[in-house]
Design a binder for this molecule. Sequence first.
Ligand code: GLU
Length: 504
Amino acid sequence: MSEVRVRFAPSPTGPLHIGGLRTALFNYLYAKRNGGSFVLRIEDTDKNRYVKGSEAHILDSLKWCGIIPDEGPSLGEYGPYRQSERQNLYSLKIKELIEKKHAYYAFDTNEELSELRKECEKRGGVFSYGEHNRKELKNSIVYGEEKTNALLSEGKKHVIRFKMPKNKEVLCKDLLRGEVKINTKTLDDKILYKSDGMPTYHFANVVDDREMKISHVIRGEEWLPSLALHVLIYEAFGWDDKPFFIHLPLILKPQGKGKLSKRDGEKLGFPVFAIKWEGNKAVNGYKENGFTPEAVVNFLSLLGWNPGNEKEIFTLKELVSSFSIKGLNNSGARFDPEKNTWFNHAHIQQITDEEIGDKIIEEFNSEMFEKSDVTKIAALIKPRLNSLLDIKTNSSFFFNRPEGFENKDLKKFKDLDFNNIIRSIIDVMDKDHDLNLFKENLEEIVKNNQWGFGKVLGLIRLSVVGNLSGPDLFKTVDLLGKKECLLRLDHLKKTLSEVQNKRD
Ligand code: GLU
Protein backbone atom coordinates (compact mmCIF):
# COMPACT_ATOMS: atom_id res chain seq x y z
CA MET A 1 0.00 0.00 0.00
CA SER A 2 1.21 3.48 -0.76
CA GLU A 3 1.92 5.84 2.10
CA VAL A 4 -1.01 6.56 4.38
CA ARG A 5 -1.76 10.27 4.48
CA VAL A 6 -4.90 11.48 6.19
CA ARG A 7 -6.16 14.93 6.99
CA PHE A 8 -8.36 16.72 9.44
CA ALA A 9 -9.86 19.66 7.60
CA PRO A 10 -11.90 21.86 9.93
CA SER A 11 -13.46 25.15 8.90
CA PRO A 12 -12.65 27.88 11.42
CA THR A 13 -16.27 28.80 11.98
CA GLY A 14 -16.26 28.52 15.77
CA PRO A 15 -14.87 26.40 18.59
CA LEU A 16 -13.85 22.81 17.95
CA HIS A 17 -16.75 20.64 19.03
CA ILE A 18 -16.07 17.13 20.36
CA GLY A 19 -17.59 15.71 17.15
CA GLY A 20 -14.81 17.36 15.16
CA LEU A 21 -12.28 16.29 17.74
CA ARG A 22 -13.35 12.67 17.33
CA THR A 23 -12.86 12.99 13.54
CA ALA A 24 -9.37 14.34 14.20
CA LEU A 25 -8.68 11.50 16.64
CA PHE A 26 -9.71 8.75 14.22
CA ASN A 27 -7.57 10.30 11.48
CA TYR A 28 -4.64 10.52 13.87
CA LEU A 29 -5.07 6.92 15.05
CA TYR A 30 -5.29 5.62 11.51
CA ALA A 31 -2.18 7.54 10.47
CA LYS A 32 -0.13 6.45 13.47
CA ARG A 33 -1.31 2.84 13.27
CA ASN A 34 -0.08 2.69 9.68
CA GLY A 35 3.11 4.69 10.01
CA GLY A 36 1.53 7.48 7.98
CA SER A 37 1.08 11.25 8.29
CA PHE A 38 -1.68 13.22 9.93
CA VAL A 39 -2.26 16.54 8.18
CA LEU A 40 -4.16 19.51 9.57
CA ARG A 41 -5.69 21.70 6.88
CA ILE A 42 -7.65 24.82 7.71
CA GLU A 43 -10.58 25.23 5.30
CA ASP A 44 -11.14 28.95 5.57
CA THR A 45 -12.52 29.93 2.17
CA ASP A 46 -15.91 31.02 3.50
CA LYS A 47 -15.27 34.58 4.61
CA ASN A 48 -18.80 35.03 5.93
CA ARG A 49 -18.55 32.19 8.39
CA TYR A 50 -15.00 32.90 9.57
CA VAL A 51 -14.75 33.28 13.34
CA LYS A 52 -11.71 34.85 14.94
CA GLY A 53 -9.98 32.64 17.50
CA SER A 54 -11.37 29.48 15.99
CA GLU A 55 -8.11 28.24 14.45
CA ALA A 56 -6.31 28.78 17.75
CA HIS A 57 -9.03 26.86 19.58
CA ILE A 58 -8.68 23.97 17.11
CA LEU A 59 -4.90 23.87 17.51
CA ASP A 60 -5.00 24.17 21.30
CA SER A 61 -7.69 21.50 21.66
CA LEU A 62 -5.66 19.05 19.55
CA LYS A 63 -2.54 19.86 21.50
CA TRP A 64 -4.22 19.35 24.87
CA CYS A 65 -5.41 15.93 23.70
CA GLY A 66 -1.98 14.95 22.38
CA ILE A 67 -3.32 14.63 18.83
CA ILE A 68 -0.34 16.33 17.24
CA PRO A 69 -0.39 16.94 13.46
CA ASP A 70 2.66 15.93 11.42
CA GLU A 71 1.85 18.70 8.96
CA GLY A 72 -0.22 21.84 9.38
CA PRO A 73 -0.13 25.65 9.24
CA SER A 74 3.27 25.78 10.90
CA LEU A 75 5.08 22.87 9.23
CA GLY A 76 5.07 20.51 6.28
CA GLU A 77 6.14 20.26 2.66
CA TYR A 78 2.67 20.39 1.08
CA GLY A 79 1.79 23.84 2.43
CA PRO A 80 0.40 26.32 2.75
CA TYR A 81 -2.13 24.48 4.87
CA ARG A 82 -4.65 27.32 5.08
CA GLN A 83 -6.90 27.33 2.05
CA SER A 84 -7.06 31.12 2.03
CA GLU A 85 -3.34 31.02 1.16
CA ARG A 86 -3.76 28.58 -1.74
CA GLN A 87 -5.76 30.71 -4.12
CA ASN A 88 -3.24 30.61 -6.96
CA LEU A 89 -3.56 26.87 -7.10
CA TYR A 90 -7.37 26.93 -7.14
CA SER A 91 -7.52 29.52 -9.88
CA LEU A 92 -5.19 27.42 -12.07
CA LYS A 93 -7.25 24.33 -11.39
CA ILE A 94 -10.60 25.92 -12.10
CA LYS A 95 -9.25 27.20 -15.43
CA GLU A 96 -8.27 23.66 -16.24
CA LEU A 97 -11.82 22.42 -15.59
CA ILE A 98 -13.29 25.23 -17.69
CA GLU A 99 -10.97 24.35 -20.56
CA LYS A 100 -11.97 20.72 -20.24
CA LYS A 101 -15.60 21.89 -20.42
CA HIS A 102 -16.47 20.46 -17.07
CA ALA A 103 -17.12 23.86 -15.55
CA TYR A 104 -18.65 27.07 -16.85
CA TYR A 105 -19.24 30.71 -15.92
CA ALA A 106 -22.75 31.62 -14.77
CA PHE A 107 -23.89 35.26 -14.68
CA ASP A 108 -27.38 34.86 -13.23
CA THR A 109 -27.87 37.34 -10.41
CA ASN A 110 -29.11 36.35 -6.96
CA GLU A 111 -32.37 38.21 -7.63
CA GLU A 112 -32.93 36.31 -10.86
CA LEU A 113 -32.27 33.00 -9.19
CA SER A 114 -34.51 33.71 -6.26
CA GLU A 115 -37.29 34.72 -8.68
CA LEU A 116 -36.88 31.37 -10.44
CA ARG A 117 -36.93 29.60 -7.09
CA LYS A 118 -40.18 31.27 -6.13
CA GLU A 119 -41.83 30.37 -9.43
CA CYS A 120 -40.80 26.79 -9.00
CA GLU A 121 -42.14 26.66 -5.45
CA LYS A 122 -45.47 28.03 -6.66
CA ARG A 123 -45.71 25.02 -8.92
CA GLY A 124 -44.80 22.77 -6.01
CA GLY A 125 -41.30 22.07 -7.28
CA VAL A 126 -37.76 22.85 -6.20
CA PHE A 127 -35.49 24.89 -8.42
CA SER A 128 -32.16 23.47 -9.42
CA TYR A 129 -29.56 24.68 -11.91
CA GLY A 130 -28.57 21.85 -14.18
CA GLU A 131 -28.79 19.80 -17.32
CA HIS A 132 -32.54 20.38 -17.75
CA ASN A 133 -32.45 24.18 -17.71
CA ARG A 134 -28.88 25.49 -18.04
CA LYS A 135 -29.47 26.25 -21.76
CA GLU A 136 -32.19 28.74 -20.75
CA LEU A 137 -30.08 30.55 -18.17
CA LYS A 138 -27.30 33.14 -18.25
CA ASN A 139 -24.03 31.31 -18.62
CA SER A 140 -21.02 30.75 -20.82
CA ILE A 141 -22.55 27.60 -22.36
CA VAL A 142 -25.36 29.74 -23.78
CA TYR A 143 -23.29 32.87 -24.50
CA GLY A 144 -20.27 31.30 -26.18
CA GLU A 145 -16.67 32.36 -25.78
CA GLU A 146 -16.75 35.87 -27.18
CA LYS A 147 -19.66 37.20 -25.16
CA THR A 148 -18.39 35.44 -22.04
CA ASN A 149 -14.95 37.00 -22.39
CA ALA A 150 -16.50 40.40 -22.93
CA LEU A 151 -18.62 40.06 -19.78
CA LEU A 152 -15.65 38.85 -17.79
CA SER A 153 -13.44 41.70 -18.90
CA GLU A 154 -16.09 44.26 -18.02
CA GLY A 155 -16.05 42.70 -14.51
CA LYS A 156 -19.54 41.21 -14.56
CA LYS A 157 -20.27 39.37 -11.34
CA HIS A 158 -20.30 35.62 -11.83
CA VAL A 159 -19.84 32.21 -10.29
CA ILE A 160 -18.30 29.10 -11.79
CA ARG A 161 -20.44 25.98 -11.82
CA PHE A 162 -19.69 22.33 -12.29
CA LYS A 163 -21.23 20.95 -15.47
CA MET A 164 -22.97 17.88 -14.15
CA PRO A 165 -22.69 15.07 -16.72
CA LYS A 166 -25.97 13.91 -18.19
CA ASN A 167 -27.58 10.74 -16.88
CA LYS A 168 -24.46 9.13 -15.53
CA GLU A 169 -24.19 6.52 -12.78
CA VAL A 170 -21.57 7.62 -10.25
CA LEU A 171 -20.01 4.86 -8.24
CA CYS A 172 -19.55 6.04 -4.66
CA LYS A 173 -17.55 3.81 -2.39
CA ASP A 174 -17.30 4.19 1.35
CA LEU A 175 -15.16 1.72 3.29
CA LEU A 176 -17.78 1.44 6.04
CA ARG A 177 -20.91 1.39 3.96
CA GLY A 178 -19.88 -0.27 0.73
CA GLU A 179 -20.86 0.96 -2.74
CA VAL A 180 -23.78 3.09 -3.82
CA LYS A 181 -24.59 4.24 -7.32
CA ILE A 182 -25.97 7.76 -7.67
CA ASN A 183 -27.45 9.00 -10.93
CA THR A 184 -26.40 12.49 -11.92
CA LYS A 185 -30.07 13.21 -12.70
CA THR A 186 -30.44 13.80 -8.97
CA LEU A 187 -27.55 16.29 -8.81
CA ASP A 188 -27.37 19.96 -9.78
CA ASP A 189 -24.60 22.12 -11.23
CA LYS A 190 -22.93 22.94 -7.93
CA ILE A 191 -21.01 26.19 -7.58
CA LEU A 192 -17.25 25.58 -7.51
CA TYR A 193 -16.17 29.20 -7.40
CA LYS A 194 -18.12 31.94 -5.68
CA SER A 195 -18.66 35.50 -6.87
CA ASP A 196 -16.20 36.72 -4.21
CA GLY A 197 -13.43 34.95 -6.10
CA MET A 198 -13.07 32.16 -3.55
CA PRO A 199 -13.49 28.45 -4.25
CA THR A 200 -16.29 26.60 -2.50
CA TYR A 201 -15.62 23.84 0.00
CA HIS A 202 -16.24 21.10 -2.59
CA PHE A 203 -13.72 22.37 -5.07
CA ALA A 204 -10.93 23.40 -2.72
CA ASN A 205 -11.34 20.23 -0.69
CA VAL A 206 -10.93 17.90 -3.66
CA VAL A 207 -8.06 19.88 -5.18
CA ASP A 208 -6.22 19.91 -1.85
CA ASP A 209 -6.78 16.25 -1.08
CA ARG A 210 -5.18 15.46 -4.44
CA GLU A 211 -2.35 17.99 -4.11
CA MET A 212 -1.57 16.88 -0.57
CA LYS A 213 -1.58 13.23 -1.66
CA ILE A 214 -4.27 12.26 0.81
CA SER A 215 -4.78 8.49 0.75
CA HIS A 216 -7.83 8.22 3.04
CA VAL A 217 -10.53 10.79 3.64
CA ILE A 218 -11.99 10.16 7.08
CA ARG A 219 -14.73 12.66 7.90
CA GLY A 220 -18.21 13.07 9.35
CA GLU A 221 -21.26 11.38 7.90
CA GLU A 222 -22.74 14.76 6.98
CA TRP A 223 -20.39 14.79 3.97
CA LEU A 224 -21.66 11.53 2.50
CA PRO A 225 -24.19 13.29 0.23
CA SER A 226 -21.30 15.29 -1.27
CA LEU A 227 -19.31 12.21 -2.19
CA ALA A 228 -20.81 11.81 -5.66
CA LEU A 229 -19.85 15.39 -6.56
CA HIS A 230 -16.35 14.88 -5.22
CA VAL A 231 -15.94 11.67 -7.23
CA LEU A 232 -17.15 13.52 -10.33
CA ILE A 233 -14.64 16.33 -9.79
CA TYR A 234 -11.83 13.73 -9.65
CA GLU A 235 -13.12 12.19 -12.87
CA ALA A 236 -13.50 15.57 -14.56
CA PHE A 237 -9.83 16.26 -13.95
CA GLY A 238 -8.98 12.80 -15.21
CA TRP A 239 -7.49 11.83 -11.84
CA ASP A 240 -7.84 8.13 -11.28
CA ASP A 241 -6.12 8.04 -7.91
CA LYS A 242 -9.03 8.95 -5.70
CA PRO A 243 -8.52 8.45 -1.97
CA PHE A 244 -10.51 5.91 0.01
CA PHE A 245 -13.50 7.46 1.76
CA ILE A 246 -14.73 6.73 5.26
CA HIS A 247 -17.71 8.60 6.67
CA LEU A 248 -17.89 8.37 10.45
CA PRO A 249 -21.23 7.74 12.15
CA LEU A 250 -23.00 10.58 13.93
CA ILE A 251 -22.60 11.17 17.64
CA LEU A 252 -26.14 11.05 19.02
CA LYS A 253 -27.75 13.01 21.85
CA PRO A 254 -27.66 11.36 25.31
CA GLN A 255 -31.42 10.87 25.05
CA GLY A 256 -33.91 10.99 22.24
CA LYS A 257 -33.28 11.30 18.55
CA GLY A 258 -30.75 13.26 16.60
CA LYS A 259 -27.24 14.50 16.54
CA LEU A 260 -25.48 15.75 19.68
CA SER A 261 -25.55 19.54 19.72
CA LYS A 262 -24.04 22.37 21.68
CA ARG A 263 -27.44 22.98 23.23
CA ASP A 264 -27.61 19.42 24.65
CA GLY A 265 -24.48 20.23 26.62
CA GLU A 266 -25.99 23.43 27.98
CA LYS A 267 -29.27 21.71 28.80
CA LEU A 268 -27.83 18.64 30.47
CA GLY A 269 -24.75 20.29 31.95
CA PHE A 270 -21.81 18.68 30.21
CA PRO A 271 -19.09 20.26 28.08
CA VAL A 272 -19.04 19.87 24.30
CA PHE A 273 -15.53 21.28 23.85
CA ALA A 274 -12.19 19.86 24.97
CA ILE A 275 -11.01 23.19 26.31
CA LYS A 276 -12.52 26.56 27.16
CA TRP A 277 -13.84 28.66 24.29
CA GLU A 278 -13.31 32.36 24.86
CA GLY A 279 -16.06 33.54 22.56
CA ASN A 280 -18.56 36.35 23.19
CA LYS A 281 -19.75 34.20 26.00
CA ALA A 282 -16.95 32.01 27.44
CA VAL A 283 -17.81 28.32 27.65
CA ASN A 284 -15.78 25.82 29.65
CA GLY A 285 -14.52 22.57 28.22
CA TYR A 286 -13.64 19.16 29.64
CA LYS A 287 -10.29 20.49 30.78
CA GLU A 288 -11.87 23.15 32.99
CA ASN A 289 -14.29 20.54 34.32
CA GLY A 290 -11.41 18.49 35.68
CA PHE A 291 -11.15 15.86 32.96
CA THR A 292 -7.78 14.46 31.98
CA PRO A 293 -6.97 14.60 28.26
CA GLU A 294 -6.49 10.80 28.36
CA ALA A 295 -10.08 10.33 29.54
CA VAL A 296 -11.45 12.61 26.82
CA VAL A 297 -9.48 10.82 24.12
CA ASN A 298 -10.60 7.47 25.54
CA PHE A 299 -14.32 8.21 25.62
CA LEU A 300 -14.21 9.82 22.17
CA SER A 301 -12.43 6.78 20.74
CA LEU A 302 -15.30 4.52 21.74
CA LEU A 303 -17.92 6.69 20.05
CA GLY A 304 -18.24 4.78 16.81
CA TRP A 305 -15.31 2.41 17.22
CA ASN A 306 -14.78 -0.73 19.26
CA PRO A 307 -11.63 -2.76 19.76
CA GLY A 308 -13.41 -6.08 19.20
CA ASN A 309 -12.98 -7.14 22.83
CA GLU A 310 -14.13 -6.06 26.28
CA LYS A 311 -11.29 -3.62 26.92
CA GLU A 312 -12.53 -0.11 27.67
CA ILE A 313 -9.69 1.82 29.24
CA PHE A 314 -7.07 2.89 26.72
CA THR A 315 -4.19 5.29 26.63
CA LEU A 316 -3.58 7.12 23.37
CA LYS A 317 -0.65 4.78 22.67
CA GLU A 318 -2.83 1.73 23.22
CA LEU A 319 -5.47 3.18 20.93
CA VAL A 320 -2.88 3.61 18.20
CA SER A 321 -1.90 -0.03 18.42
CA SER A 322 -5.51 -1.29 18.57
CA PHE A 323 -7.13 0.96 15.98
CA SER A 324 -8.46 -0.44 12.74
CA ILE A 325 -11.08 0.57 10.20
CA LYS A 326 -12.75 -2.80 10.82
CA GLY A 327 -13.69 -1.68 14.33
CA LEU A 328 -15.60 1.37 13.07
CA ASN A 329 -19.40 1.19 13.14
CA ASN A 330 -21.67 2.75 10.60
CA SER A 331 -24.56 3.48 12.93
CA GLY A 332 -24.78 6.45 15.29
CA ALA A 333 -22.98 6.38 18.63
CA ARG A 334 -24.84 7.57 21.69
CA PHE A 335 -23.10 10.15 23.87
CA ASP A 336 -23.21 9.22 27.54
CA PRO A 337 -22.00 11.96 29.93
CA GLU A 338 -22.17 9.63 32.95
CA LYS A 339 -20.00 7.05 31.26
CA ASN A 340 -17.56 9.84 30.42
CA THR A 341 -17.25 10.62 34.12
CA TRP A 342 -16.57 6.94 34.73
CA PHE A 343 -13.74 7.11 32.18
CA ASN A 344 -12.34 10.14 33.93
CA HIS A 345 -12.47 8.36 37.28
CA ALA A 346 -10.64 5.40 35.77
CA HIS A 347 -7.92 7.56 34.23
CA ILE A 348 -7.45 9.53 37.45
CA GLN A 349 -6.74 6.20 39.19
CA GLN A 350 -3.74 5.82 36.84
CA ILE A 351 -2.18 9.07 38.08
CA THR A 352 0.49 8.46 40.74
CA ASP A 353 -0.17 9.46 44.34
CA GLU A 354 2.90 11.71 44.14
CA GLU A 355 1.43 13.60 41.21
CA ILE A 356 -1.93 14.06 42.91
CA GLY A 357 0.02 15.09 46.00
CA ASP A 358 1.74 17.79 43.94
CA LYS A 359 -1.63 19.10 42.85
CA ILE A 360 -2.76 19.20 46.48
CA ILE A 361 0.35 21.16 47.47
CA GLU A 362 -0.22 23.55 44.57
CA GLU A 363 -3.82 24.03 45.62
CA PHE A 364 -3.27 24.73 49.31
CA ASN A 365 0.19 26.16 49.16
CA SER A 366 0.71 24.98 52.71
CA GLU A 367 3.55 23.46 54.67
CA MET A 368 1.26 21.86 57.21
CA PHE A 369 2.20 18.36 56.05
CA GLU A 370 5.41 16.61 55.04
CA LYS A 371 5.50 15.72 51.35
CA SER A 372 5.24 12.02 52.24
CA ASP A 373 2.05 12.66 54.21
CA VAL A 374 0.56 14.64 51.34
CA THR A 375 1.21 11.59 49.17
CA LYS A 376 -0.70 9.53 51.74
CA ILE A 377 -3.59 12.05 51.63
CA ALA A 378 -3.56 11.68 47.84
CA ALA A 379 -3.72 7.89 48.08
CA LEU A 380 -6.59 8.16 50.55
CA ILE A 381 -8.78 10.45 48.45
CA LYS A 382 -7.88 9.10 44.99
CA PRO A 383 -10.59 6.41 44.84
CA ARG A 384 -13.16 9.14 45.52
CA LEU A 385 -12.13 11.36 42.60
CA ASN A 386 -14.32 11.61 39.50
CA SER A 387 -12.75 14.85 38.42
CA LEU A 388 -9.48 16.62 39.07
CA LEU A 389 -11.58 19.37 40.64
CA ASP A 390 -12.56 16.88 43.34
CA ILE A 391 -8.96 16.91 44.57
CA LYS A 392 -9.54 20.26 46.19
CA THR A 393 -12.95 19.49 47.67
CA ASN A 394 -11.84 16.12 48.98
CA SER A 395 -8.65 17.27 50.64
CA SER A 396 -9.57 20.73 51.82
CA PHE A 397 -10.51 19.59 55.36
CA PHE A 398 -6.94 18.45 55.91
CA PHE A 399 -5.80 22.03 55.53
CA ASN A 400 -8.78 23.94 56.85
CA ARG A 401 -10.31 23.13 60.21
CA PRO A 402 -14.08 22.73 59.80
CA GLU A 403 -15.82 25.74 61.29
CA GLY A 404 -19.51 25.66 60.62
CA PHE A 405 -21.55 22.48 60.32
CA GLU A 406 -24.76 21.87 58.45
CA ASN A 407 -27.89 21.72 60.55
CA LYS A 408 -28.97 18.47 58.97
CA ASP A 409 -25.71 16.88 60.14
CA LEU A 410 -25.90 18.31 63.66
CA LYS A 411 -29.50 17.15 64.01
CA LYS A 412 -28.42 13.53 63.67
CA PHE A 413 -26.78 13.72 67.11
CA LYS A 414 -29.32 15.79 68.99
CA ASP A 415 -30.68 12.88 71.05
CA LEU A 416 -27.26 11.62 72.06
CA ASP A 417 -25.39 12.32 75.22
CA PHE A 418 -22.80 13.88 72.95
CA ASN A 419 -21.01 15.79 75.71
CA ASN A 420 -20.22 12.60 77.50
CA ILE A 421 -19.41 10.67 74.32
CA ILE A 422 -17.08 13.29 72.87
CA ARG A 423 -15.38 13.69 76.22
CA SER A 424 -14.74 9.94 76.29
CA ILE A 425 -13.42 9.97 72.72
CA ILE A 426 -11.09 12.81 73.66
CA ASP A 427 -9.94 10.85 76.70
CA VAL A 428 -9.25 7.72 74.70
CA MET A 429 -7.39 9.68 72.12
CA ASP A 430 -5.42 11.72 74.59
CA LYS A 431 -4.16 8.65 76.42
CA ASP A 432 -2.97 6.93 73.29
CA HIS A 433 0.44 8.33 72.45
CA ASP A 434 0.64 7.59 68.71
CA LEU A 435 -2.99 6.53 68.10
CA ASN A 436 -1.89 2.96 67.50
CA LEU A 437 -4.60 1.54 69.72
CA PHE A 438 -7.20 4.20 69.05
CA LYS A 439 -9.58 1.94 67.16
CA GLU A 440 -9.44 -0.88 69.74
CA ASN A 441 -9.84 1.49 72.69
CA LEU A 442 -12.72 3.22 71.01
CA GLU A 443 -14.47 -0.07 70.32
CA GLU A 444 -14.10 -0.97 73.96
CA ILE A 445 -15.71 2.17 75.41
CA VAL A 446 -18.47 2.00 72.80
CA LYS A 447 -19.16 -1.58 73.90
CA ASN A 448 -18.98 -0.82 77.62
CA ASN A 449 -21.36 2.11 77.32
CA GLN A 450 -23.60 0.46 74.76
CA TRP A 451 -23.34 3.39 72.38
CA GLY A 452 -23.86 2.77 68.68
CA PHE A 453 -20.47 2.47 66.95
CA GLY A 454 -21.90 4.10 63.83
CA LYS A 455 -23.05 7.18 65.74
CA VAL A 456 -19.71 7.51 67.49
CA LEU A 457 -17.82 7.26 64.21
CA GLY A 458 -20.26 9.81 62.78
CA LEU A 459 -19.37 12.27 65.53
CA ILE A 460 -15.67 11.83 64.92
CA ARG A 461 -16.14 12.16 61.20
CA LEU A 462 -18.24 15.29 61.52
CA SER A 463 -15.64 16.85 63.78
CA VAL A 464 -12.60 16.09 61.62
CA VAL A 465 -14.08 16.29 58.11
CA GLY A 466 -16.86 18.80 58.62
CA ASN A 467 -19.52 16.55 57.15
CA LEU A 468 -20.60 12.95 57.24
CA SER A 469 -18.80 11.60 54.20
CA GLY A 470 -15.14 11.20 53.48
CA PRO A 471 -12.33 8.70 53.15
CA ASP A 472 -11.33 6.02 55.69
CA LEU A 473 -11.80 7.64 59.08
CA PHE A 474 -8.96 6.03 61.02
CA LYS A 475 -6.44 6.76 58.30
CA THR A 476 -7.74 10.32 58.18
CA VAL A 477 -7.36 10.71 61.95
CA ASP A 478 -3.88 9.26 61.72
CA LEU A 479 -2.82 11.73 59.06
CA LEU A 480 -4.33 14.74 60.79
CA GLY A 481 -2.59 13.80 64.03
CA LYS A 482 -3.75 13.67 67.59
CA LYS A 483 -3.39 17.35 68.45
CA GLU A 484 -5.44 18.54 65.51
CA CYS A 485 -8.16 15.91 66.01
CA LEU A 486 -8.52 16.82 69.68
CA LEU A 487 -9.05 20.45 68.75
CA ARG A 488 -11.62 19.50 66.15
CA LEU A 489 -13.50 17.21 68.55
CA ASP A 490 -13.61 19.95 71.14
CA HIS A 491 -14.92 22.42 68.58
CA LEU A 492 -17.76 20.08 67.61
CA LYS A 493 -18.63 19.52 71.27
CA LYS A 494 -18.94 23.27 71.77
CA THR A 495 -21.02 23.73 68.66
CA LEU A 496 -23.41 20.95 69.63
CA SER A 497 -23.77 22.43 73.12
CA GLU A 498 -24.52 25.87 71.70
CA VAL A 499 -27.20 24.40 69.44
CA GLN A 500 -28.67 22.52 72.36
CA ASN A 501 -28.69 25.59 74.59
CA LYS A 502 -30.52 27.52 71.92
CA ARG A 503 -33.10 24.76 71.69
CA ASP A 504 -33.62 24.59 75.46
N1 GLU B 1 -14.20 21.75 6.13
C1 GLU B 1 -15.07 20.63 6.29
C2 GLU B 1 -15.67 20.67 7.70
O1 GLU B 1 -15.39 21.55 8.44
C3 GLU B 1 -14.30 19.36 6.08
C4 GLU B 1 -15.04 18.23 5.51
C5 GLU B 1 -14.09 17.17 5.01
O2 GLU B 1 -13.36 16.64 5.84
O3 GLU B 1 -14.06 16.92 3.82
O4 GLU B 1 -16.43 19.84 8.08
